[in-house]
Every structure is written in structure tokens, then in C-alpha cells.
Design a binder for this molecule. Structure first.
Ligand SMILES: *Cc1c(COP(=O)(O)O)cnc(C)c1O
Length: 423
């Protein structure tokens, strides 16, 4: 049976997709090599920590002596090559993990310096860039920022000038998030960490690692970051983690984060896992191949839509440092048709039609497509587009390459059906 045809994808769209896919063999080979390396890295860490089925048992109440939780944290520390890690369902999302890492390691009078420009939207309220109850600013932590240079690199001169005697921590965001700048590679991040530590070796460096995990063979913590931070419903949860966030870093930073997450004196000793530890282990085990699928989807979409004349960021040939793909359609209709295609290809809620809507925190209507097993999970195939110029969609994820491919072909079909694209 021809399921593509059955699911409404015309021969023309299929043939166009096959041509693009054929041209990407070498590129996919590079991703496969990285996934193989990271798969072994993860298995090796699990073996070294003697992961066993006793570690999957549920704990409740205080969660004292939760062997699974403690072992999972040591596995994370091994993978990220850090002294310690905090990996918890009580860290509810990426923003929470970042807020925790910042608020536990910054004190009144300290300054936080961002060297990668404006941070992710949700951090504006954490830091106090936008006034907010409970922000770092409210607690007397000041903030300054050095933007990236027009070519996307770090502004070393600007950084040198911005560091002062109050500078306690530098924050670096690896992924472009939903901006149009380039994503930073762990290697470039390593160079700037060295530069910062030469200015003053006691400055802490935190990297927002969201969407970057397992995209390369190395992580920013391999190059001197004191903390790397992310969400378990993105890359490292492998689509199976139902909740959670992580911080991997130095013993001192993790200890402070743990005392802030629970309470001084309690720290890492408490925090029941209620039976989800197996999903966190298994998701981590799957993560390298899941990220591989998402990367293939991103590069497939970039090349397919570039060939049709649309602007795509990153472009079809650029090296990848995260899993986000932006495509500029130039019209609201293009954004809407694309998102309808992603939704129609989902395993969950495929019959739902997404519509643009006013969303809290956004200054325009936004259309979102997601048919996810875990609410809001953006390692699963998902897309969103603010209905404003340049009418771009940001899309990411795909637990399997074949699902990502179906989603992208379906999006093209919807654009063809709407008369926006002619093949
Ligand atoms: C997703 C993301 C966050 C925030 O994570 P949430 O889980 O949505 O709170 C922070 N920074 C970057 C770069 C992200 O991509």
C-alpha cells in the first residue's frame, strides 16, 4: 500500500521529496557518525555506573536513598564530563532549570553578564530585563549584556570592557532560540570561555544548552563551562521523559543549586521520583538517535524549501549546532499552511486544525502545530509561527526521521493545495 498517497501526499510532492533526500546522503552520513559516537557515550556512562533494573523502582514521600535518581545524576555527570549533576522531575522545565542555576549562584551585589546578546524570552523575567516579581533584579543582582557581532561571533573587546569587579557569572545561550542569529558551536563557546577565564578565573560560566545536546560530539562543559543547563522535554529526554530539567556542572555550583531547589541542609538527599526514573534513563538512551532524526528533518526541510526559493535559517549547507529550523514564507497564508501540514502528520491530534491565536507573552497572534505525546514537548515534531513579518515558522523535533519527513512532505502538500507553491 502507498501510505503517502493514502495520507494525501501527491506523487509530485513525493518525487520532489525523494530528489531532495537523495542529495542529502553525505550530510545524513555525518549526522549518523555523530549519533553513533553519542550513543556509545551514553551506553558507556550507563555501564560505568552499573545501571540496573533496581534503579527503576519508584520512591515516594521524602525520596531518601533514591538509588535510581542518584545513579541517573552520576550518568549525566559522566556524559557531560562534569563533577556533578542535578536531574529532577521537580525541575519543571528549562526556564526553571536556568532560573535555579542563576538564583542559587548569584548574590545581592553580583552582576550577571550575557555575552551572547538578548537571552531567551522567558529569561527576561527571570533576570528582570522585564520587571517581574521574584526576578534576580529584585534581589539586587544586576545585569549587563554584550551583543554578538554582525557576523555572529563573540565581541571579545566588548566583553573585556563589560567585565567589572561585580561580574560573578557569564551566561551564554548556545541555541539561537527564536532569533535569527547563528547558533553557537560548543567549540566557539569553548574559545570564549577560555577568554573570560583569562580575564578573571573566578568568573562562573553558565551555558543555556537547550536544543543543543547531542548535536555534536562535544558539549560546552567539555570546554570549561561551570554549568550546562537544559530541559528534559527537549533533546536529552529523548521524547520519553514526561517532565524535568537538568544542571550539570561543578560540585560547588550543583550543591548550591540543590540547596536552592529543595532547602538548605536537604539538597540532593530528598526528592521522590514517583516512578518516572525508567523513562528518564530510557529517554537518555534514545536521545542520540532522536536528535539525529530531528537534525535530518531540519536539514531536509531547509534544502526542500530553499530549492523552492524560500529563505531558510540556517541554510541548507551550514553546519548544525541545534535542531531548530526557520523558514520564511513572507505571507500569513504560507505560515498557516505549513503548520496545518505538520499537525496533519502527527500521531496525536492529527484531525485538529491549528489556527492563529493571541498568546500570553507574544505581541502578535501565533499559530502552533503539535501532536505530541508529552504536552509542549518540542523534541517531538512541532512548529510555531508568529503572524507578523517576515512570516517565518520555527520548526523542530521529530522522534523519528520518517515522521519528520512525513510532516515536511505534508506541509509542502498543504502549500501546494493552497496555491502558494507550484511544483
Ligand atoms: C526552550 C528554551 C528555554 C526554556 O525552556 P522551557 O522548557 O520552555 O522553559 C530556554 N532557552 C532556550 C534556548 C530554549 O530553547
Amino acid at each position: 500500500m502507498d501510505f503517502y498517497e493514502e495520507m494525501g501526499i501527491s506523487k509530485k510532492v513525493q518525487t520532489f521529496g525523494i530528489e531532495i533526500e537523495q542529495s542529502l546522503k553525505e550530510r545524513f552520513g555525518t549526522f549518523d557518525e555523530i549519533a553513533e559516537y553519542n550513543q556509545l557515550k551514553v551506553i558507556n556512562a550507563m555501564q560505568e555506573e552499573r545501571v540496573s533494573d533496581v534503579h527503576f523502582a519508584a520512591t515516594s514521600g521524602y525520596g531518601y536513598n533514591d538509588l535510581g535518581r542518584d545513579t541517573l545524576e552520576r550518568v549525566y555527570a559522566r556524559i557531560f564530563h562534569t563533577e556533578d549533576a542535578l536531574v529532577r522531575p521537580q525541575i519543571v522545565c528549562g526556564t526553571h532549570a536556568l532560573a535555579l542555576a542563576l538564583s542559587s549562584n548569584l548574590f545581592p551585589g553580583d552582576e550577571l553578564l550575557s555575552v551572547s546578546g538578548k537571552p531567551y524570552d522567558t529569561l527576561e523575567e527571570v533576570i528582570g530585563i522585564r520587571d517581574s516579581v521574584g526576578s534576580l533584579k529584585e534581589y539586587g543582582v544586576s545585569y549587563s549584556q554584550v551583543d554578538l557581532l554582525p557576523d555572529g561571533g563573540f565581541d571579545l573587546e566588548g566583553i573585556k570592557k563589560a567585565v567589572n569587579s561585580n561580574t560573578k557569572m557569564v551566561t551564554i545561550q548556545r541555541s539561537k532560540g527564536y532569533q535569527t542569529r547563528k547558533t553557537l558551536s560548543p567549540y566557539d563557546i569553548g574559545d570564549v570561555i577560555r577568554f573570560i577565564k583569562e580575564i578573571r578565573s573566578d568568573i562562573l560560566v553558565m551555558v543555556d544548552n537547550c536544543y543543543g545536546e547531542f548535536v555534536q560530539k562535544h558539549e560546552p562543559s567539555d570546554f570549561g563551562a561551570d554549568m550546562v543547563v537544559g530541559s528534559l522535554i527537549k533533546n536529552p529526554g529523548g521524547g520519553l521523559a514526561p517532565i524535568g530539567g537538568y544542571i550539570a556542572g561543578t560540585k560547588a555550583c550543583i550543591e548550591r543549586a540543590a540547596y536552592r531547589l529543595t532547602a538548605p541542609g536537604l539538597g540532593k538527599e530528598v526528592g521522590a521520583t514517583l516512578g518516572i526514573t525508567q523513562s528518564l534513563f530510557q529517554g537518555l538512551f534514545m536521545a542520540p538517535t532522536v536528535v539525529n532524526s530531528a537534525l535530518k528533518g531540519a536539514v531536509f526541510a531547509a534544502n526542500l524549501y530553499e530549492a523552492l526559493g524560500f529563505t531558510v535559517v540556517p541554510d541548507g549547507r551550514e553546519p548544525r549546532h541545534d535542531i531548530i529550523q526557520a523558514i520564511e514564507f513572507g505571507t500569513p497564508e504560507g505560515v498557516i499552511a505549513f503548520c496545518k501540514g505538520i499537525q496533519a502528520a502527527a500521531p496525536v491530534d492529527s484531525y485538529v486544525t491549528p489556527e492563529p491565536w493571541a498568546m500570553p507573552g507574544y505581541d502578535s497572534d501565533v499559530i502552533m502545530a503539535a501532536g505530541a505525546f508529552v504536552q509542549g514537548s518540542s523534541i517531538e515534531l512541532s512548529a510555531d509561527g508568529p503572524i507578523k513579518p517576515p512570516y517565518a515558522v520555527y520548526f523542530q523535533g521529530g522522534l523519528t526521521w520518517y515522521h519528520a519527513k512525513l510532516g515536511i512532505l505534508m506541509s509542502l502538500q498543504k502549500l501546494v493545495d493552497a496555491g502558494i507553491v507550484k511544483l
